[in-house]
Design a protein around this ligand. Structure first.
Ligand code: ADP
Length: 489
């Protein structure tokens, strides 16, 4: 059989990737997008740090591909770069091995140590591609940890074949930028003085910003939803980079994330008590709900309660102060709430408090637990994502896929993916609110309850509509490929 011609060679560079290491949506995207691009005829490599926290089951399967010494820092100190390789479902994963940088952290430590770590990683990723003689058409970098790649590419790697590669930098979350003192970054990156000026890496007197520099030097910029692409050009959402982003906006596009529909498939999901599809969701959701109650020690009921889920990092970004403010109103005797997450002790303790205050009706599971997350998506009726800002958000997509109605704030990707329920046309996927205020969230939750308790047929129709909504990577992967082709032209 004739081998299909490669339409584009793409190297992904980023700090996390499921199933090796994941702390949030970035890890999901680094896993799912290359796989979706392969289906479009691309060749993909993913370059990651070989963190100590990666499980042995993966490390044991890796093959040593070579090693060399690389200079870094202003003094030109040399550091070991090892390349360990693993192939999984057609995607090649190259792990950069250096114990000095990657032996601690989960995977992050603190900015002071993380800045040298990701200076090293960004430069070593390019050096590894060069060593492997694998010259991509596009080097697709993700978030601040890989933001120096476009700068290294156009300076230190300008004399080798890699100069043919174009760079794309994707903003998954602008809140984290890799900011530090200019001397610290100057020393570790080894980049020339000229780059530490306002148009590129300099942010303020004695403040350097890795993301800012990457955005200035990347051939293309993307972010993970069209609404977030617009929002970050305003002072409200721009995290001090709004003017910089407006300046570079002609090279920027918003492409919404999808979810991996093999992992998030309710009919084959082995983690569920009762797998289901759109034909039997109504009965099976009930079975999953019962199993969830049993597992979490929530009280049983005769079907008269609505169960609301929340799976999230517990940080200010996620709108948890709104949830905290209205919990007493949400808990009206006909509602159960399950929260799964870790993060800010303020929120962890608030939800623990509500668990004590409403025994049998609130569960605060303060932990990171993949299996339980699947069971919550399947077993709950509605799902809260009231974020202050949300570049894309994956949890609302997973919830819809599992027939669970999202209640979201209209910001970023939440706005682009959840169409508000319309009583008249019987269209829409969930309940939404605009203004970041507790009473607005409460109104949205109450509207959801009104439909759930008042007209279950219409609710059930929305459950089925949501399960059939296309939230896969296919459309998004096609848009990325179009953008890659524009760069290659
Ligand atoms: P962010 O990247 O801002 O954390 P996203 O919605 O883009 O948010 O992605 C969150 C991902 O992490 C989802 O796959 C979600 O299921 C998962 N997740 C978040 N918190 C937990 C947790 N405590 N346990 C298991 N999975 C979690």
């Amino acid at each position: 059989m004739k081998k299909q011609e490669t339409v584009c060679k793409v190297a992904f560079v980023g700090s996390e990737c499921y199933p090796f290491v994941k702390t949030g949506g970035l890890g999901d995207v680094m896993y799912a997008l290359p796989r979706a691009l392969i289906r479009e005829g691309c060749e993909c490599r993913v370059i990651l740090p070989l963190y100590a926290c990666i499980k042995d089951q993966y490390k044991q399967k890796m093959q040593y591909k070579g090693s060399f010494m690389m200079d870094l820092t202003l003094e030109g100190r040399t550091f070991y770069v090892g390349i360990m390789e693993l192939e999984m479902d057609g995607v090649i994963y190259d792990f950069i091995d250096n114990r000095e940088f990657f032996d601690w952290g989960n995977p992050y430590t603190g900015l002071w140590e993380d800045i040298p770590k990701y200076c090293y990683f960004s430069k070593a990723s390019l050096a590894a591609l060069n060593y492997l003689e694998w010259i991509p058409d596009v080097i697709h970098c993700h978030d601040w940890q890989a933001a120096l790649v476009p700068l290294y590419l156009k300076t230190k790697f300008w004399n080798c074949d890699l100069k043919k590669s174009k760079s794309m930098l994707t903003i998954h979350n602008l809140r984290f930028q890799g900011i530090c003192g200019i001397q610290h970054l100057k020393y570790w990156s080894g980049l020339s003085d000229g780059l530490f000026d306002y148009p590129v890496l300099k942010q303020a007197d004695d403040e350097a910003n890795m993301f800012k520099g990457g955005l200035a030097y990347a051939d293309a910029i993307t972010t993970v939803s069209a609404t977030y692409a617009k929002e970050i050009q305003t002072p409200e959402y721009g995290e001090r980079l709004d003017a910089h982003l407006r300046y570079h906006s002609t090279r920027m596009k918003g492409i919404v994330n999808g979810i991996d529909t093999d992992i998030w498939n309710s009919s084959t999901d082995k983690l569920l008590a009762a797998p289901y599809d759109v034909t039997d969701v109504l009965e099976k959701k009930w079975e999953n709900k019962e199993a969830l109650r049993e597992q979490l020690g929530l009280s049983r009921d005769d079907g008269s309660k609505i169960m609301i889920g929340l799976v999230s990092r517990l940080t200010d970004q996620k709108g948890l102060d709104l949830v905290d403010a209205i919990m007493p109103e949400i808990m009206d005797g006909r509602t159960q709430v399950i929260v799964l997450g870790t993060g800010d002790p303020r929120y962890e303790n608030a939800f623990r408090y509500y668990e004590e205050k409403y025994p049998g009706d609130v569960c605060a599971y303060i932990s990171y637990n993949e299996g339980l997350a699947h069971r919550i998506y399947a077993g709950t009726d509605a799902f809260l994502v009231p974020s202050l800002f949300e570049p894309c958000g994956l949890t609302q997509l997973i919830a819809m896929r599992y027939g669970t109605i999202p209640i979201v704030r209209e910001t970023g990707g939440l706005k682009d993916t959840v169409l508000p329920y319309d009583e008249e046309t019987q269209e829409g996927n969930g309940f939404t609110f605009v203004t970041y205020k507790p009473d607005q969230l409460l109104k949205a939750v109450d509207s959801a309850k009104d439909l759930f308790f008042g007209d279950r047929q219409k609710w059930d129709a929305m459950v089925k509509r949501d399960m059939m909504k296309d939230v896969s990577w296919e459309q998004s992967a096609k848009q990325y490929l179009e953008f890659y082709k524009e760069l290659m032209a």
